[in-house]
Design a protein around this ligand. Structure first.
Ligand SMILES: O=P(O)(O)OC[C@H]1O[C@H](O[C@H]2O[C@H](CO)[C@@H](O)[C@H](O)[C@H]2O)[C@H](O)[C@@H](O)[C@@H]1O
Length: 252
């Protein structure tokens, strides 16, 4: 089971640092993880996601999959429990931290703008910035990045994301996790990936190309997607997780 942290497990809030996971959601994820290897995949940094979720039995893939670590405790399921650590963008760490300092200084002049350090990537949030300032903010960010051709810029929901230009996304993270679990090439494995973000499409595509498992997009509105199913909001994700545990005759 693969879960995108933001949106599927936690609603969007004004302050990115104030995201939380409800106890009910934590219980639902804990129950699933008792029986199926479970990973949280997020654009946020791994430590932060762990602090929101606080479940040691999960795999965590932070920084859009560029920082993957296995569980620190064992679960009931029989998945391979070898130590897992994968950081394909490790050599970018100094440059990302340098750009973080520069952008933090630049964004001070734009009320409401914040720069989030996600270790192997950065997020410049403009959710709280006056709309007439958005273009100027984008230009400032692009001007900083002109000096760093090995970094790229993408746009999310009221957020600009800066990442190393390597071919590694949430889809690669999903493939890496399936391989680490010893599931690659096993036709009897059914991966489920739940996500709400544009960046989750890379993982949905992996499942579609494998012809195995399902991608579930969390959205209130119809959207073009490579996912096979949809759920409307985190509350429906929680119910789905509970039903999944029950339908397997497992006590959650
Ligand atoms: O991969 P995800 O777990 O979906 O993370 C994507 C981004 O999530 C966070 O941003 C989102 O939440 C913010 C606060 O609620 C909101 O302002 C923003 O619009 C959302 O995209 C996180 O802060 C980013 O670093 C992640 O990249």
């Amino acid at each position: 089971m693969f879960l995108d942290y933001d949106g599927t497990l936690s609603p969007i809030v004004e302050d990115p640092e104030s995201a939380v996971m409800t106890e009910e959601m934590r219980d639902a994820v804990r129950a699933v993880a008792q029986h199926f290897p479970t990973a949280i995949v997020s654009g946020r940094c791994r430590d932060k996601v762990f602090n929101f979720v606080k479940l040691e039995e999960l795999y965590y893939a932070g920084s859009h999959g560029m920082d993957i670590k296995g569980p620190t405790t064992v679960s009931n399921h029989k998945a391979k429990a070898d130590e897992v650590l994968c950081q394909p963008a490790i050599e970018f760490l100094p440059v990302i931290q340098e750009v973080y300092q520069t952008l933090t200084a630049k964004m001070q002049s734009i009320p409401g703008a914040t720069v989030e350090n996600n270790k192997f990537c950065l997020s410049v949030h403009f959710r709280c910035v006056a709309e007439e300032e958005w273009d100027g903010l984008g230009e400032e960010v692009r001007a900083v990045l002109d000096g760093y051709p090995d970094l790229c810029l993408t746009k999310g929901r009221k957020v600009l994301e800066i990442r190393p230009s390597i071919k590694w996304d949430k889809g690669n993270a999903l493939e890496f996790l399936l391989e680490s679990l010893g599931y690659a090439g096993h036709g009897d494995v059914f991966p489920i990936y739940i996500g709400d973000d544009r960046t989750d499409e890379d993982a949905f595509k992996v499942l579609r190309n494998m012809g195995q498992g399902i991608g579930i997009l969390v959205t209130k509105f119809p959207k073009e997607t490579s996912a096979s199913y949809s759920l409307r909001e985190p509350a429906e994700v929680k119910d789905f997780l509970r039903k999944l545990v029950k339908s397997n005759g497992i006590k959650g």
